[in-house]
Ligand binder design. Structure first.
Ligand code: C2O
Ligand code: CU
Length: 492
C-alpha cells in the first residue's frame, strides 16, 4: 500500500491519549505532512471545491452563527456542574437552515485546549468536516476558525467537536435543515436531545478515558453490569445522570401543545457511551425519518437510538400530562421530559411508561422511501471492517489495528462502495461514516450511523460522490478515541 509513514505519524496525534489537545495534528499540518500522499484526494483538492460548487444553489441564503466553546456552569435542574459548552445550557445554539443554504459558523475557541467542530451527518465539503489532522488544523486555545458549507439535504443533524472526548461534555448542538418542499403535516415541532452526563460530578471525561486505559476497561464509577438483551454489551461508563435537553428528571424540560395536535419530535442521541430506549407514556410513535432521511413510516411503542443516531417521530397527542422517557439501555437510570397538553399530575422522575417494555424499534430496520432509495447497482469495491477490541488493555480496533496504525480504505469517485461492518465483539457499536448517507442492505434505509450488534454483520452501500478523506468510526466516543476509527479516502 503506497501510504507514507508520515501519514501514520500524523494520524497518531488524533487517536492516542497524546492527541487529546489535538496539537500533534496541528504540528503535522503546519509542517506540510498533510499533503505528503499525492495518491489521495486531500481536503484542499480542486475535486473538493468542485463538489461544493455543484452543491451551491443560486440565490441560496446564508445562515450565519457564532459558536464559542468555553468553560461554563450548567444548571441541570437543582444540580450545577462546571463543564465546557457552547452556551450556558445544553444543547448549544440551534442552527436552522433550509436545504441548499450556505451555513457559516465562526468558532471562537475560549477553551483551555484545542477544539474543532464536526457537522455530523451532513454531506458537506471535506475541508469543512472538522477533523483535526485530517481535514483541518485544530483550533488552538484563543484561536478562531470559520466553517462555511452548503447543507444539501434536509433533516435532523448535530454538531460536536472531533477532538478527544470533548463530546462527553456539553459541547453539542442541533442542526436542522428544513425541506423547502416539506411533505409532512404537523402542528408543532420539538427537539429532544439525549445525553449521558458525568462531567463536573467528580470525574471528567478525560479522567474516565485514562482510567479505562489504565484499569483495563474497569470504569471505577460503579458496578453496573451494563448489558442488555437488545444490545449485548451496552456501555463501558457508569454515568450518574441522564439528560433530556440538558435537564435532570428532577427538574425536567416541559414540552407543551394542545390536545389532538400532531407534533414532530426530532430526537438526537448526543450521548457518548449510552443507547437510549425512548417512549412517550400513553402514546405510540410514528417514525418518519432517521438520520435526516425519510422512511416508510412505522408506528411503534418505543424506539432504540444508538449514539449519533437521530429519529423524527410524529405523535398525535391526547389530553393530559405524559412522561417522555429515554431509558439508558442496559444501565440504571433514565432521562425525562414532560409532555403537557392539559391538566394532570406530572409524572415522577423514575416512572417507567409501559410502552418502554412493549415493541422496541431499531431505526436501522426501517425501509427507505422510494425517493431516497439508492439505485440498484453492484458494488465496484467492498471493504470489510472487522470490529474488534478488548478491555485489558482497553483498546478498540478495525481490522485488527487502532486508528493510528491503520491504512486508509481506498475508494474512487463515482464508485458504488460497499462497507461490511463485522462485529466480533460482545458489545454493540453504532458505526458512523462522515460526509455520506449510506443505504443499509436489505431495507435500503438511508443512514449515517447504524447499530452493529455483537457477532453480527451490517452491510451498507454508498455512492462515492463526495471526494475527500472521511472518518468512519464507532460513535461510542471512548471506542473511537482508543482506536475504532478508519479513514475512507478517495484516490485521485
Ligand atoms: Cu458525530 Cu466522527 O462523528
Ligand atoms: Cu464501539
Amino acid at each position: 500500500m503506497p501510504v507514507a509513514v508520515t501519514r501514520r505519524r500524523l494520524l497518531a496525534g488524533i487517536a492516542g491519549a497524546a492527541g487529546l489537545a489535538g496539537t500533534a495534528g496541528t504540528a503535522a499540518w503546519a509542517s506540510g505532512l498533510f499533503s505528503s500522499d499525492p495518491a489521495l484526494v486531500t481536503p484542499d483538492s480542486a475535486l473538493v471545491a468542485d463538489a461544493e460548487a455543484a452543491r451551491r444553489r443560486a440565490g441560496a441564503a446564508t445562515v450565519t452563527t457564532t459558536l464559542t466553546p468555553r468553560p461554563v456552569t450548567l444548571d441541570l435542574g437543582g444540580t450545577t456542574v462546571e463543564t465546557w459548552g457552547y452556551a450556558e445550557n445544553a444543547p448549544g445554539p440551534l442552527i436552522r437552515a433550509r436545504a441548499g443554504d450556505l451555513i457559516r459558523a465562526d468558532v471562537v475557541n475560549q477553551l483551555p485546549v484545542a477544539t474543532s467542530v464536526h457537522w455530523h451527518g451532513i454531506a458537506l465539503r471535506n475541508d469543512m468536516d472538522g477533523v483535526p489532522g485530517l481535514t483541518q488544523q485544530a483550533i488552538a486555545p484563543g484561536g478562531r476558525h470559520t466553517y462555511e458549507f452548503t447543507a444539501p439535504d434536509p433533516g435532523t443533524y448535530f454538531y460536536h467537536p472531533h477532538s478527544g472526548v470533548q463530546l462527553d461534555r456539553a459541547l453539542y448542538g442541533v442542526l436542522v435543515v428544513d425541506d423547502p418542499n416539506e411533505p409532512g403535516r404537523y402542528d408543532a415541532e420539538w427537539i429532544v436531545v439525549l445525553d449521558d452526563w458525568v462531567d463536573g460530578t467528580g470525574r471528567t471525561p478525560d479522567q474516565i478515558l485514562s482510567s479505562l486505559q489504565s484499569m483495563g476497561g474497569m470504569d471505577m464509577g460503579g458496578m453496573e453490569t451494563m448489558t442488555s438483551p437488545l444490545l449485548g454489551g451496552a456501555g463501558d461508563v457508569t454515568y450518574p445522570h441522564y439528560l433530556i435537553n440538558g435537564r435532570l428528571p428532577a427538574a425536567p424540560a416541559v414540552l407543551t401543545a394542545k390536545p389532538r395536535q400532531r407534533v414532530r419530535i426530532r430526537i438526537v442521541n448526543a450521548a457518548s457511551d449510552t443507547a437510549f430506549r425512548i417512549a412517550l407514556g400513553g402514546h405510540r410513535l410514528a417514525v418518519t425519518h432517521t438520520d435526516g432521511f425519510p422512511v416508510i413510516p412505522v408506528t411503534t411503542d418505543a424506539l432504540l437510538l444508538g449514539m449519533g443516531e437521530r429519529a423524527d417521530v410524529i405523535v398525535e397527542l391526547t389530553d393530559g400530562v405524559f412522561p417522555l422517557v429515554a431509558a439508558a439501555e442496559g444501565k440504571n437510570g433514565q432521562a425525562l421530559a414532560i409532555v403537557r397538553t392539559g391538566s394532570g399530575v406530572p409524572p415522577t422522575a423514575t416512572g417507567r411508561p409501559a410502552e418502554l417494555d412493549r415493541q422496541v424499534l431499531f431505526p436501522g430496520t426501517l425501509h427507505a422511501t422510494e425517493a431516497v432509495r439508492l439505485a440498484d447497482r453492484d458494488p465496484d469495491r467492498t471493504h470489510r471492517l472487522t470490529l474488534g477490541g478488548a478491555m485489558m488493555p482497553y483498546r478498540w480496533t478495525i481490522n485488527g489495528t487502532t486508528f493510528d496504525e491503520s491504512e486508509p480504505l481506498l475508494v474512487r469517485q463515482r464508485e458504488r462502495v460497499r462497507l461490511e461492518f463485522v462485529n466480533r465483539t460482545t458489545m454493540f457499536h453504532p458505526m458512523h461514516l462522515h460526509g455520506h448517507t449510506f443505504a443499509v442492505a436489505g431495507t435500503g434505509v438511508r443512514k449515517d450511523t447504524v447499530i452493529v450488534l455483537p457477532n453480527q454483520t451490517v452491510t451498507v452501500d454508498l455512492d462515492a460522490t463526495n471526494p475527500g478523506q472521511w472518518m468512519t468510526h464507532c460513535h461510542n466516543i471512548y471506542h473511537a478515541e482508543t482506536g475504532m476509527m478508519a479513514n475512507v479516502a478517495y484516490q485521485e
